[in-house]
Unconditional design. Sequence first.
Lengths: 278, 275
Amino acid sequence: MSQAVIVNEVYKRFGKPNGSWWQRPRKANPSTNGHKPQVVAVDRVSFSVRTGEIFGVLGPNGSGKSTLIRLIATLLLPDSGTIQVFGQDVVRQPMQVQRQINRVSVEASFFKKLSPMENLVYGARLYGLDGGETRRRVVEILTRLGLEKRVIYQPMEEMSRGMQQKVAIARALLSRPRLLLLDEPTTGLDPRSKREVQAVIRELNQEHGTTILLTTHDMLEADSLCDRIAIIDSGKIVALDTPQALKQSITSNSHEPTLEDVFLELTGKSLVKEDEAE
Amino acid sequence: MTTLAHEFRATYAFMERNANLVKRYWSWELVWMVYSIANSLSVSYIGLGMERLGGGQNVDGRFLVLYLMIGTLVWRYLSMIFYWITDVIGMERWEGTIEYTLMAPISRLTHMAGQTLFAVLYSLLFTGVILGVTVVLFEIDLRDANLAGGTLMMLAGSLSFIGVGIMGSVLPLLFPERGSQMTHVIIALLLLVSGVYYPVEVLPEILQKLARISPATYVLDGTRRALMEGTPSSQLWPYIWPTLIMGVLAIPFGLWVFGQAERYAKRTGKLHRNG
């Protein structure tokens, strides 16, 4: 089977080792030595995603999941290592990569004064799609995701976060990407909406062969959707296998091991720390 | 679809989006229009004020009104182009959509072409309305003015302001909180040296040297010739060519500067504010 994504020894660090030149004369903060602390977000990570696969990335907040997604999405440049998407390098051939991907992030970013229709037609035209055809598909996709037709023409600022997230999913679907990067796409959605989105993800994968890279904090979602899962902690991959194999890799005396047990054992952390930002 | 057709469609996407933003923020646009008209009138009335203060001797109030009015109109037009380019990047940064725009498979030239085409068209329309109101209120006779020449001068000047605008948009790209406000310094310096409300000859020598490299200086001189003296368009060439050369240099340089800033932002993780 061909590879959709090949991540090879990718390393990404934020902050400067000695601070910027204008920060150096400042009085030293004992905890940070006078400058912003360096953070290694992705630490020599390697893995590959097969074409047509749903590949999950699990990890606590701040573990490097979103950074990894941004690196693949050409929104960040790796300090070292390489990433290939369908054989094309994200740094050297970003435009070729961008034509084949789309992304849904945890926060729905839109021009909030504009309606979903206005936002989505704008987004679709950037991918070369025709306005008329896009308008038809916007209605089709959004109603499929459970949005009422009338809200499609109202400013997005009047919509709930969950509804905005559905519009974000629709934006990614419109361009029919070969690789869909989903960064916690169901966070903030009610259980019904969550199921609707999960059904769309499954359909995209099974009927259109879309390769999907998914990060989530929902262990049941990961278990039911993903063909393989990588668990990442402090920027390093600590396990990578099928959900079944991951569950079999640990022992539990009281009950059948769940993915959550695997996660807690491997990362030693709770699933979500509210005050941490990734 | 050919690459060219794709790029044209993407260019239109930016124009349509900006038109939608104007539509959705219509009340703000109305407020801005009233402010701009009031501002132009206030400055233009200085001409009549000077006539009164000078006791009518050696001061031609009508000449001053026209001189100042052209200054306010040209400046409103050029600064509007600049601000449309920088403000929308600021807005994209604020809303978080910048990641999606920079992730789209389009060249930066296409991105900026869409932004700037809209800015030029909208600014022309906006300036036209202000001109209409000012002319009616001051009963200015423009029968001998070369209006086409004035428009030509402003269009020629647009190019360099597009370039400066693209360079200025780096500030909101890198500094979402204060970047948009930081762009005011660029416009303020150009306003100081370009002779918007006074001849550049009154400036100290060092500022006069800066006036020579400001495209607005030539646009203002040329537009005043066209509107105040009715100079034919063919004789405006000495004012047009410097602005065209500055535009031809400023746009690619602006794109290069933006490209460097984009790369820096992608290297340091400055494109997103959270998550």
